[in-house]
Design a binder for this molecule. Structure first.
Ligand SMILES: Cc1cc2nc3c(=O)[nH]c(=O)nc-3n(C[C@H](O)[C@H](O)[C@H](O)COP(=O)(O)OP(=O)(O)OC[C@H]3O[C@@H](n4cnc5c(N)ncnc54)[C@H](O)[C@@H]3O)c2cc1C
Length: 466
């Protein structure tokens, strides 16, 4: 019997879409080429990186902070194999959870690479070479993304690694060279620095974390430098020589000029990700892609071919798990005749270092570019009672509000637990809150979240603890 919906790919976009469609009464099949469900996020992305960030942060704290708090544990040691096992257990629990959810929601799963043979028809090729064709009224492409590569730098996932290899190194590299100061490079650079590597980050642009508020990023960079990460901005790695068992990276100024050589034990190539559509048969079936290889969709996630939809990293927009998830839910609801919708103005973005950096909405730079008149309120964690009590006072909250209407346009948090606090900011933006609304909401004391309330009051020049 044909399905109502076939989802190709079981990452956050695909599995959320499948579950929501099943909840809405559709008969759903999921096709996944990998051995486990959950896609990049659960297997080689969000979850394993956060497990290593968590473990390495505790290791660092136990070495530096515990003593100050009066906790005597002696000199901590890293057992890397055990740390990797801890990470793998986290991944395993999560991917099994997705398999359980598929069963619970009566979703049929097909293990193999899916190819769209025609609208409504997906051919699944299993690892042993067998093929099977399944049919549905609608197909959702949720095939995600792959590592972006640099010409002339061959990733072997041992010494020249992508994020995938950087999550499974079997020893702490003495010198780690990170190419690209985006979120993945900074998170994994932080992990290995905490575990003992000397980390140098080379970035083509003159700033780190493009897209996030520049002033906040400059503070963030200073904190990363204080922790021991070296940055080479406006520079590019043009080659990595891997002869003689040593890695020698050639680094040139982005604007051209004399090159220098940097020795490294491991090079991490983290220059972004590219949409993954290999083997899907999009050209044959007529699904259009843009000049960056992303599947082109309209406001309802419909591709250029009727009955074929696409969501997540494979289409335009920020490559984030929660963006893929919400698009998965939206397209399922649209297929069921409901009003599925994603508010792209309120998608939080988080860097899970310490301190964490989290942002939602517009940066000051964005507002300037758009000619918006704004009021900006900043509140430092140094003036927050809870942060003081925790001895974790670096960073600030910045609230940007429209000067005339007071509507919140953006919130940026650099500080401890920013990833949790940004949820309040996203909710405020989703409900079109004013800075006054946040400033007048009662926040529990003592909490880090009070810094957000104070920053909102600061847009009107009336913070209470500053
Ligand atoms: C190291 C790292 C850390 C990250 N950390 C975060 C984070 O903290 N927060 C965050 O929001 N995002 C993070 N991301 C990004 C996040 O992982 C992606 O945005 C998210 O996984 C995209 O979801 P998706 O469903 O679009 O695609 P994916 O998760 O990439 O899933 C696509 C799935 O489709 C399958 N597939 C592809 N082609 C076929 C085919 N032809 N047939 C069958 N199956 C196919 C793939 O095997 C895969 O399982 C991180 C990424 C990396 C690499």
């Amino acid at each position: 019997m044909p399905y109502d919906l076939i989802v190709i790919g079981s990452g956050p976009g695909g599995y959320f879409c499948a579950i929501r469609a099943a909840q809405l009464g559709m008969k759903v099949a999921v096709v996944e080429k990998d051995k486990t469900f959950g896609g990049t996020c659960l297997n080689i992305g969000c979850i394993p990186s956060k497990a290593l960030l968590h473990a390495s942060e505790l290791y660092e704290e136990s070495g530096h902070l515990f003593d100050k708090m009066g906790i005597k544990v002696g000199q901590p040691k890293v057992d890397l194999a055990a740390m990797m096992k801890f990470k793998d257990e986290g991944v395993d629990g999560n991917v099994k959870g997705v398999a359980f959810l598929f069963r619970k929601n009566k979703i049929d799963t097909f293990q193999g690479a899916g190819r769209i043979a025609a609208p409504g028809k997906v051919e699944v090729k299993t690892a042993d070479g067998k093929t099977e064709t399944i049919e549905a009224k609608a197909i959702v492409i949720a095939t995600g993304s792959d590592v972006a590569r640099l010409p002339g730098i061959d990733i072997d996932e041992r010494r020249i690694v992508s994020s995938t290899g950087a999550l499974v190194l079997d020893k702490v590299p003495q010198r780690l060279l990170v190419i690209g100061a985006g979120v993945i490079g900074l998170e994994l650079g932080s992990v290995w620095r905490r575990l003992g590597s000397q980390v140098t980050v080379v970035e083509f642009l003159d700033r780190i974390l493009p897209g996030i508020d520049n002033e906040v990023c400059r503070q963030f960079q200073r904190l990363m430098e204080k922790q021991g990460i070296t940055f080479k901005l406006s520079s590019k790695v043009t080659a990595v020589d891997a002869a003689d068992g040593k890695l020698k990276a050639r680094i040139e100024p982005a604007a051209g000029g004399a090159a220098e050589t940097l020795d490294a034990d491991v090079v991490l190539v983290s220059v972004g990700r590219v949409p993954f559509t290999q083997g899907l048969g999009l050209e044959e079936v007529g699904v259009k892609k843009d000049n960056k290889g992303r599947v082109v969709v309209d406001g309802h996630y419909a591709t250029s071919v009727p009955g074929i939809y696409a969501i997540g990293d494979v289409i335009a927009g920020p490559m984030l798990a929660h963006k893929a998830e919400d698009e998965g839910v939206a397209v399922a609801e649209l297929l069921a005749g409901q009003a599925g919708h994603v508010n792209y103005d309120a998608i939080p973005n988080v860097v899970y270092t310490h301190p964490e950096l989290a942002a939602v909405g517009l940066s000051e730079d964005d507002c300037r570019e758009r000619g918006l008149q704004v009021r900006v309120g900043v509140f430092p964690f140094a003036a927050n009672a809870r942060a003081r009590g925790m001895g974790d006072i670096e960073g600030e909250v910045k609230v940007i509000a429209d000067a005339a209407s007071d509507r919140v346009l953006g919130i940026h948090i650099l500080g401890p637990h920013a990833s949790d606090m940004i949820a309040e900011a996203a909710l405020a933006m989703e409900f079109a809150a004013s800075a006054e609304d946040i400033g007048r909401s009662v926040h529990a004391h003592p909490t880090l979240a009070e810094a957000l309330k104070e920053a909102a009051l600061a847009t009107d020049g009336r913070p209470l603890n500053l």
